[in-house]
Design a binder for this molecule. Structure first.
Ligand SMILES: Nc1ncnc2c1ncn2[C@@H]1O[C@H](COP(=O)(O)OP(=O)(O)OP(=O)(O)O)[C@@H](O)[C@H]1O
Length: 243
């Protein structure tokens, strides 16, 4: 059986936006647009690793080290400038809460929209709709337009849809940040269940105790490169030593 995720030689460059004075822009234009007015920044460079099916892997690192960018590349919402990402099976997850939700549609309509985007058929969504809403515990507001939802309500619905798509690879970025404690516990239990069912999980979090508890392995990023890769508790220890 091949790897669930293969990341090879990834590079992602962003343009850093700067405001330029009129003089700077004029000089640049007069000089025949030589040089670059916008500065470029490598959020990731030369990142390679593999994740085996059924593994629970944490992406670790300090603020700005490139974790979320890497998760977005694995999910396919952004594309690399160099390198490749290969994934095997259905990929779903919570990357940016609210992404894939339309503000003017109700919770109910968004469940259909979001689940379809994540690859479920209409029949599958019909069958799972009640379970999705029950998991989110926002039954009362399911016919309200989601622009009136709180961030926690968004998270609840988005998480509920994502876990019910039966993903082979589940990606989670700082899921627990906006959820209240009971819902966080429920999400963690669900993540544990997905992992026990043999699904592959990639988790981004700053909660190092939680990482040690639920993850098998950790990949530590710093300034956009992999600095350490190994068992989760060793990865956490490596990061803590540099705190
Ligand atoms: N769309 C973008 N345009 C410009 N720069 C970006 C963009 N997205 C990310 N970056 C930059 O890339 C770097 C890595 O960001 P990323 O969000 O991946 O870090 P992170 O490790 O997830 O950080 P945190 O722990 O703070 O969430 C940061 O310096 C960020 O400013």
């Amino acid at each position: 059986m091949g790897a669930a995720v293969i990341v090879k030689g990834l590079k992602k460059t962003f343009n850093l936006r700067h405001s330029h004075s009129l003089k700077e822009t004029l000089v640049w234009l007069v000089k025949g647009r030589k040089g670059d007015l916008t500065k470029k920044f490598d959020a990731l460079h030369d990142v390679s690793f593999e994740i085996q099916p059924g593994e629970t892997v944490a992406l670790l690192g300090f603020n700005g080290s490139g974790k979320s960018t890497l998760l977005k590349l694995i999910s396919g919402v952004i594309l690399p400038d160099q390198g490749t990402v290969r994934t095997k099976g259905r990929v779903a997850g919570l990357i940016e809460v609210g992404a894939g939700f339309h503000p003017d549609l109700s919770g109910r309509e968004n469940v259909y929209l979001n689940a379809a985007i994540l690859g479920m058929t209409e029949q599958e969504i019909h069958e799972k709709f009640d379970d999705i809403v029950a998991f989110s515990e926002i039954e009362q507001f399911i016919d309200t337009e989601v622009k009136f939802y709180s961030s926690g309500m968004f998270l609840r619905l988005a998480f509920a849809v994502a876990v019910h798509t039966q993903p082979d690879i589940f990606l989670v970025d700082e899921i627990l940040a906006v959820g209240d404690e009971p819902f966080q516990r429920k999400c963690l239990a669900k993540i544990k269940q997905l992992s026990d069912e043999g699904r592959t999980l990639v988790v981004v979090s700053h909660d190092l105790d939680m990482i040690s508890r639920i993850c098998d392995r950790g990949v530590v990023l710093s300034s956009g490169t992999v600095q350490f890769e190994g068992p989760a508790d060793q990865a956490v220890a490596w990061l803590r030593e540099r705190n």
